[in-house]
Design a protein around this ligand. Structure first.
Ligand code: SF4
Length: 343
């Protein structure tokens, strides 16, 4: 194997140039002995754009299960036999209560997620109403994830005050038919286009560990780069019992490989917000703090249907690794606010 100069890749990323396919593959296939050098190079890029700041996002599963789609990784799909809580859209008061918790946990962004292919008229109006109420009471950015959207639906969310919409591409266009047959990769790209046309920023990422190849991982990053996505959640598959991918996938992910994926995403998407999302605790395990060198954002508290570690452990990890929390606008959180929250 040719010895790679990871700093040369960092220089390339900082100059705005895209890595070649060969370079991107080398990042993902490097031996573990190269990992610290890779992290060091990725951190140079991360520091240039984000210094040592870390953003916290808080997830609310505002409607769970009951989804007619067949995404093979998802416990909320109609084809999943996973034992999860299933409920229709939470009421406004419950959503406000969750927003209060997000605020207490120092999250800058409140991510309101509903299961389903596309929002019904009543779900969309209730979400818009809840968003207006949250914005009136809390200093939180709102990211809504409500399924496939057309232009009009996207515009209504924007008018209600939604700052950003999440719609993950999940994997490469080539591999997408292997993980879902009820909608296409192009359907997902079209939703991202509608969101951008409505003037909101986009959150879109993927899930690693679904049986995809290194080329698929690279292709996903290149699609996100081309689409000019603002915020990129990188999930590592948690094989939830009862889902089609539970037996065969997600189990070969090592902490080192997950870190290499994060380094690659930093090189290919240098100035974007890159978030270590679902699977952080499960797959990075004791190496979680190293993930902050390429990534600049994490979820605090629980994921959609799986638990996360306690917020205090996240704050402690951020502090111990020499990073600082920031608001969704990029200003550092006051030290007193963090100390109060730590009590
Ligand atoms: S559309 Fe969303 S909620 Fe429905 S199965 Fe796919 S990922 Fe799960």
């Amino acid at each position: 194997m040719v010895k790679m100069d990871w700093n040369a890749l960092a220089e390339k990323a900082l100059a705005g140039d895209c890595l070649t396919r060969e370079e991107a593959t080398a990042v993902l296939t490097a031996p573990d002995i190269e990992l610290l050098a890779q992290l060091d190079a990725a951190y140079r890029v991360r520091y240039h754009y984000w210094e040592n700041r870390v953003r916290l996002h808080f997830l609310l599963n505002a409607q769970s299960g009951l989804c007619p789609e067949d995404c093979h990784y998802c416990s909320q799909s109609k084809i999943s036999a996973a034992t999860i809580e299933k409920y229709p859209l939470l009421g406004k008061q419950e959503i406000l209560k969750a927003a209060a918790q997000a605020s207490e946990l120092k999250a800058g962004t409140f991510c309101l997620v509903t299961s389903g292919r596309t929002p019904t008229e009543s779900l969309l109006s209730n979400v818009c109403e809840a968003v207006e109420a949250v914005k009136a009471q809390y200093d939180l950015k709102i990211c809504a994830c409500v399924g496939l959207l057309n232009d009009e639906q996207a515009q209504r969310l924007a008018n209600a005050g939604v700052d950003r919409v999440n719609h993950n591409l999940n994997t490469s266009e080539n591999y997408h038919p292997e993980i879902c047959t009820t909608h296409t990769f192009r359907d997902r790209v079209t939703t991202v286009n509608h969101v951008q046309r409505a003037g909101m920023t986009t959150c879109s990422g993927g899930i690693i560990g679904m049986g995809e190849s290194t080329d698929d991982i690279i292709d996903l990053a290149l699609s996100l780069r081309e689409l000019d996505i603002t915020s990129i959640p990188v999930n590592f598959l948690i094989p939830i019992p009862g889902t089609p991918l539970s037996e065969s996938q997600g189990k070969d992910l090592t902490p080192q490989f997950c870190l290499r994926v994060l380094c690659l995403y930093r090189f290919l998407l240098p100035e974007r917000e890159i978030r270590i999302a679902g699977g952080r605790e499960v797959h990075l395990r004791s190496l979680q703090p190293l993930g902050l060198y390429p990534a600049n954002s994490i979820f605090v508290a629980d994921y959609l249907t799986t638990p996360g570690q306690a917020a205090k452990e996240d704050w402690q990890m951020v502090e111990d690794a020499g990073f600082v929390l920031e608001t969704a606008d990029g200003s550092p959180l006051a030290v007193e606010a963090i100390a109060m929250a730590n009590k």
